[in-house]
Design a protein around this ligand. Structure first.
Ligand code: FMN
Length: 309
């Protein structure tokens, strides 16, 4: 693969699983600002240092890099929505979260896995980003599990545990958000549904991969858990994985882009919620925000419907 291809490089960087943070500070008028970042790294215990990278295209770039202090909120696994809100051009991001001021005045969120308040120790030029090095002046560790992020999707350790116990108890339905280059595989014409099969004991990911390969004739890679829920109408536990499909025309069903899905009808509301979440998150991923914006860094409003996770 070529390092000249930023999309391919970004996807390869995305193989490194990280947590998710929201970096916050106050602007000169005292208003809170913040953005989602997974480039956080702990650096040193003595002195206590951490770092986070901010894109030069960020609307908050000047304020963030000019701030004397900032805070890093490590999101917990129930805070996917907070991550999405602080990664999108939402009018008032702070309306979406419970927050207070830390000992030095930076915005600290409730229900986070941990938070760190820092003074700005150093700013290091690094290509299309700047590395902000913070010296920790206060912190708290709640013990909650952190939200995970890899290959453009979130993962949650607790959800994985729930799925395993559901699989042991039986009566589960396995489903897939089967993706190929930003499009999602759906079955049906008037009303759309995600491919699914019954979990019959054994490893759910293997059962699902076999089903999807038979259905589509494509080769399938099962990724992270996407959603686990109990459907009140059928009383069954549903486990939905993110999966990737190889090139080629599927035997049945079709791959639809987020644009094709505008106004689509789904077989039930849970499917609608899952597909809408996929559309929202792929619009964030495709935005090219994090690894710099090859189109010049302008932030276009996302005219997509909000989704529930
Ligand atoms: C999971 C995730 C991680 C991100 N990590 C970073 C990051 O480390 N640095 C960065 O500058 N932007 C990162 N972004 C993108 C910013 O959150 C996004 O561009 C945001 O809109 C910036 O806000 P602003 O332009 O209002 O500053 C990330 C987005 C997501 C969804």
């Amino acid at each position: 693969m070529s390092v000249e291809d930023p999309r391919a490089l970004r996807d390869a960087f995305g193989a490194f699983a990280t947590g998710v943070t929201v970096v916050t500070t106050n602007d000169p008028a005292g208003r809170p600002i913040g953005f989602t970042a997974n480039s956080f790294t702990s650096v040193s215990l003595d002195p206590p240092l951490l770092l986070v990278c901010i894109a030069k295209t960020s609307r908050n770039y000047a304020t963030m890099t000019g701030a004397e202090r900032f805070a890093v909120n490590i999101l917990s696994e129930t805070q996917k929505d907070v991550s999405n809100t602080f990664a999108r051009p939402v009018e008032d991001r702070f309306a979406a979260v419970d927050w207070r001021k830390g000992p030095n005045g930076c915005p600290i969120f409730s229900q986070v896995a941990a938070w760190f308040e820092c003074s700005m120790q150093d700013l290091i030029e690094a290509g299309d980003h700047v590395i902000m090095v913070g010296r920790v002046t206060a912190f708290e560790n709640s013990g909650l599990n952190g939200l995970g992020y890899a290959r453009g999707g979130y993962f949650t350790p607790r959800l994985a545990g729930k799925a395993v116990s559901a699989a042991v108890e039986g009566e589960i339905r396995l489903g897939a958000v089967l993706e190929r280059q930003g499009s999602v595989f759906l079955l049906g014409e008037e009303t759309l549904s995600l491919p699914s099969c019954t979990g019959e004991g054994g490893d759910p990911a293997t059962t699902l991969a076999t089903h999807l390969e038979q259905l589509t004739g494509l080769s399938i890679t099962i990724g992270f858990l996407y959603s686990v829920y109990e459907d009140k109408t059928d009383g069954r536990q549903h486990i939905v994985y993110h999966a990737l499909a190889s090139d080629g025309a599927p035997r049945e069903g079709r791959f639809l882009t987020p644009d094709d899905l505008a106004g689509a009808k789904f077989s039930n509301s849970a499917t609608g919620d899952i597909v809408n979440r996929f559309v929202l998150e792929s619009s964030i991923g495709n935005f090219g925000m994090y690894f710099g914006d090859e189109t010049g860094g302008t932030v276009h409003p996302i005219a997509k419907k909000d989704a529930h996770s």
